[in-house]
Structure formats: C-alpha cells, structure tokens
Design a protein around this ligand. Structure first.
Ligand code: AVI
Length: 321
C-alpha cells in the first residue's frame, strides 16, 4: 500500500534545503539528495570514511596521483590553468602538482562549500607557483563563471576526482561532463577518477563498514534536517542499509524506518507517515567498467588518452575533441 504523505497547504519555505527535502521526500520511493550529507559533521564523517580500511577510493587515488603525477601532467601537455570540481581539502591537487610545476599557473576551485574552498586554497597556497581563484557555486555555474572570467586562458587541465561522478545518475553525469567540455577548448584535458565494478562483498563493506561510520554519515542527514528544518525524525528509528544494484551498476544507500512512525518537517511544510520497513533512498554510487568510462567521455566530447589503475580504481586522462 502506498504510504500516506500529508502535504500541508502553505507554500514551501524559500530555503533550498527545505524545498529539496519537500520535493524528494514526496517522490516514490522517498528520497533525500546526497549533496546534503556534507554539513560540518557530515564532512568530518566523510573524512573518517576515507581512512577506513574498507573504503579504498581515496587511498587508491592518492597512490595513483603520487606515483604518476609526472606522466599525468606530461600527457596533459604544457598547462597555464588547472580547474578542480569539488577540491575537498586540496590534498589531491597538491599531490599532483607537488614538485612538478615550475612556472606560475592559475587554479580555479569550484565547490558549494565555502569552508572546503578556504581549506583547499590554503593547502595550495603552500605550493608557491599557484594563483588560486575560488568559485563558491554549483559545478555548472562555476564552470560558466570561470569560462567568462578567463576566456583566453591557455591550455587547461580540469580535474573531477574521487569518483564524485558516481554520485550522479547517468543523464546528470553526462550533462555535467558536457558542461566541463563546454568550458574547455579543443585540446584541453580532463582527469576523471572513477571507481570500478568489484565483487559485491567488497562494495558492501565499503558502504556498510563494521565500525558504523558510513551508517552515521547516512543518518546525519536526519540530524541535519532536525536541526535546520525543525524536523522531528527519531534518528534511532532509522537503520542504515547499503545494497548493490547490479542491473544499474550502483551501490545504493537507504535509511529504513524500523516501525510505523510520523515525522513533521515544518520548514518544508511536510508531515509524513513512514510505514515499517519503508525506505528513504539517500545516495547512489555508480561503479564503472573501463569501457563505460571511455563511452561516457566520448558522449561528452572527450577522447580517452591514458589510464592509470590501482585496486579497482581508475584515473583517466581525456582530451577535449
Ligand atoms: C563522495 N562520494 C564519491 C562518496 C562515494 O563513494 O560515493 C560518498 C560516500 N558515500 C558513502 N561513502 C562514501
């Protein structure tokens, strides 16, 4: 039976989080957007996830960047500009350029989080030869802003690392890669990090770790909704679930209601009855085969030129056609 969702009559709050929660929790199945994981606590929990022995993406990528920085930069050709979407702490870009960049380059960092941009800018400031420009907006808007501000900027390498592409459904991922391509000139390069398909057991341990850090990361969405939207989620009454959807080639994370319960979210003008076992789908993390990565890049106007692999993780350097 379809669970009841009593939508109150007043208009949604102007706040974007409130409006997105209203929209996504009213879908069937119910959802919450994964981009809201990253408040201060969520970012700290994600940082903890990257140190877990079962979550290899970040470590594999750092290993590849450290081992192949010279080759990666050589394949991209002489550069004047770097762009990174979602730079995190700036550690990945610092690893790539460290000791390999002699002349001054401009670096554009794009992220919705001002705190992340501040941290990345100060990490990169320690690498004297970089001029850092930050864009505190969503990726597509940041790319357009960067292209407007620096029209004749010279050879450019864009970076989209950490398999962040995997958190976008394929049509959105294609659209994002197309907007990266639109911001670049023919011959510019893109370095894309993608997590590859691996045995289900390994995938489930990475997204449902024995220490329960990923469970806390997932349930923190409810903590955030309680704090920022005045919601009354009983956080203890929702269980973390990770599953491998082989047909769609993605790990899904859900929050499962342990019992029938009512939740009010005043800022979203929403009151919901969750049935026992009803789920909120909070994240998709797509896993790729190498041929999928090449095809995805082709569709967006790139040609894969070189690839580096470590423990089922790939860095692909592609050139804008
Ligand atoms: C940021 N993103 C690539 C992570 C992933 O693997 O999908 C987010 C994450 N979710 C659970 N663990 C890590």
């Amino acid at each position: 039976m379809r669970p009841s969702a009593a939508l109150e009559t007043s208009p949604p709050a102007p706040d974007r989080f409130a409006a997105d929660v209203r929209h996504s929790l009213s879908q069937t199945p119910r959802q919450l957007p994964s981009r809201y994981f990253y408040d201060e606590l969520g970012s700290a929990l994600f940082e903890a996830i990257t140190r877990l022995p079962w979550y290899r993406i970040t470590r594999s990528e750092q290993t590849l960047l450290r081992a192949h920085a010279r080759d990666i930069l050589a394949s991209a050709g002489p550069l004047t500009t770097l762009i990174e979407l979602g730079p995190g702490s700036g550690a990945k870009l610092a690893t790539l350029v460290s000791g390999h960049v002699q002349r001054t380059m401009t670096v554009h960092l794009i992220d919705v989080s001002g705190a992340a941009l501040g941290e990345a800018a100060s990490t990169l400031a320690r690498h004297g030869a970089l001029d850092v420009v930050t864009h505190e907006v969503e990726y597509a808007a940041g790319l357009a802003e960067m292209a407007r501000q620096a029209p004749g900027r010279g050879p450019t390498l864009a970076l989209f690392l950490g398999s962040n592409i995997g958190n976008f459904d394929p049509p959105e991922g294609d659209a994002l890669l197309r907007s990266i391509r639109a911001a670049l000139a023919e011959g510019d390069a893109l370095l894309l990090g993608t997590d590859l398909v691996k045995p289900e057991r390994e995938l489930l341990l990475a997204y449902d770790d024995p220490l329960g850090v990923t469970a806390s990361f997932n349930r923190n969405l409810l903590v955030r909704a309680n704090r920022e939207l005045g919601a009354d989620f009983d956080v203890d009454a929702f269980t973390h679930r990770a599953l491998w959807n082989a047909g769609a080639s993605r790990v899904e994370m859900h929050l499962v209601s342990e019992r029938r319960q009512h939740v009010r979210i005043p800022a979203s003008c929403l009151a919901i009855t969750f049935e026992a076992d009803e789920t909120i789908w909070t994240e998709s993390s797509y896993k790729y085969r190498e041929s999928n990565v090449r095809a995805m890049l082709e569709r967006a106007g790139f040609r894969a030129k070189a690839e580096w692999r470590e423990s089922s993780f790939a860095l692909t350097l592609a050139q804008a056609r």
